[in-house]
Design a protein around this ligand. Structure first.
Ligand code: AMP
Length: 412
């Protein structure tokens, strides 16, 4: 199928061709006609599938077709909410690229930076707003933003949005928009809580499902290293020296872990950047820019900070900590091996993470190949730690906290 067959107009087709896209991706092929038909849509698709254009192109087209409306009006006609600032910025950049032959105006608003310039832009008038929930509600409270004319509301990365505790904000924002609007919900996975949100605000939605989270692209070669927790850093350094090449994204579970690893790698002569939730927005952007420009070849990130960020030409993903949610593994390694290229995924698993590997392998229905030819092998007798639920007795709780205190003394 071609973009032309999707009945996109000339202005948008030209921008798409300029962006170097030859044909629509599957998610675009399936979602664009539904959006153009003004349907509510739930699309299950991961970053990397072309999902941004799947909503941005038809939204631009719908607004462009109505361009007899006053061009300098202050009515916001499309609102896209995103859980993270980086993703919001990226979505706005995409709108600018795809909408460059239209005179539609878009802007991005997010917290962590001065509110005044954002107010100025809104006061001048824009057609499309891409926003993180908190700052959007702030601006609404201050009467700077009017959502009465929103015709299309997009909730992007809905599962992450809910994981980050934005459920009430999302519902509030939905209520602030006019009732007669189209809602598009995009989510990498559709867990029960996303279904619940969708059924409470979408009207007879159509569904598009392009990438079940359990599927790992064949373009990514996976390898698993069992290693004692205390030797993970040595193994990581060993692999960086001898095995892992190119642009590398290393995942850690916590911000503390990210900072700690950054310091160690810098001390060992590596050029490294980091992104995590505690970092000021400008620094996060700066870090991403340096990585994308090739100034540094190692980026260390937490899952939340890295989610949705589009980094092309990633050669390798390193799971320094194994993710405790199996879908996260799929999201992480799906950052490499995109657009027909090949990629590598290296997972460092300590004894207490063995159970995570088990659930990951169940989800992806693949046994990850083990590499045991390395200098820091894990004693094969090391037993997996059973991760129990919260139903711990008082006595056990006491023991647990002592153990975690002990853990704290270790480097991570
Ligand atoms: P997304 O899933 O929206 O983050 O998009 C992932 C990447 O795919 C971005 O770099 C887009 O520029 C690119 N992309 C989107 N649509 C297409 C297409 N039809 N053909 C080629 N690349 C695309």
């Amino acid at each position: 199928m071609s973009f032309k067959e999707l009945k996109l107009n000339k202005a948008i087709l030209k921008a798409v061709a300029n962006a170097g896209y030859n044909n629509p991706t599957l998610v675009q092929e399936l979602t664009i006609p539904l959006v153009l038909n003004k349907k509510d849509v739930i699309t299950s698709a991961q970053t990397g599938t072309g999902k941004t254009a799947a909503f941005a192109l038809p939204i631009l087209q719908l607004l462009f077709d109505k361009q007899d409306a006053p061009k300098k009006g202050k009515k916001i006609k499309a609102l896209i909410i995103s859980p993270t600032r980086e993703l919001a910025i990226q979505i706005n950049n995409n709108f600018k690229t795809y909408g460059k032959n239209t005179n539609l105006r878009s802007t991005v608003i997010f917290g962590g930076t001065s509110i005044e310039p954002q107010k100025d832009i809104l006061n001048k008038g824009v057609d499309i707003v891409i926003a993180t929930p908190g700052r959007l509600l702030d601006l609404h409270k201050q009467d700077v933003i009017n959502l009465d004319y929103v015709e299309t509301l997009v909730i992007d990365e809905a599962d992450l949005m809910l994981d980050m505790g934005f459920i009430d904000d999302v519902k509030k924002i939905e209520r602030l928009c006019t009732k007669e609007k189209q809602i598009l919900l995009f989510s990498a996975t559709i867990p029960y809580k996303v279904e619940q949100l969708a059924s409470s605000i979408l009207k007879s939605p159509e569904r598009v499902d392009v990438s079940p989270t359990s599927s790992v692209t064949k373009n990514v070669s996976q390898v698993l290293y069992y290693v004692p927790k205390r030797n993970k850093i040595e193994l990581c350094l060993h692999l960086l020296r001898n095995t892992i090449k190119g642009n590398i994204l290393i995942f850690r579970r916590t911000k503390f872990g990210v900072n700690k690893l950054e310091q160690t790698l810098i001390n060992n002569g590596y050029k490294v950047e980091t992104i995590h939730g505690d970092k000021a927005q400008s620094l996060r952007q700066e870090a991403l820019k340096k990585f994308k420009n090739g100034y540094v070849n190692i980026l260390i990130a937490t899952d939340v900070a890295a989610r949705g960020i589009d980094i092309n030409e990633l050669d390798a993903v390193v799971n320094f900590d194994m993710p405790n949610v199996p879908e996260t593994y799929v999201h992480r390694i799906g950052r490499t091996g995109r657009a027909g290229q090949t990629g590598m995924s290296y997972s460092l698993c300590s004894a207490d993470e063995k159970n995570y590997v088990k659930t990951i392998q169940q989800l992806i229905s693949v046994q990850i190949p083990i590499e045991d030819n390395h200098p820091y092998p894990l004693d094969p007798k090391a037993k997996p730690i059973i991760h129990k639920s919260n139903k711990t007795s008082k006595h056990k709780k006491g023991r647990k906290s002592k153990a975690s205190k002990k853990k704290k003394k270790r480097w991570y």
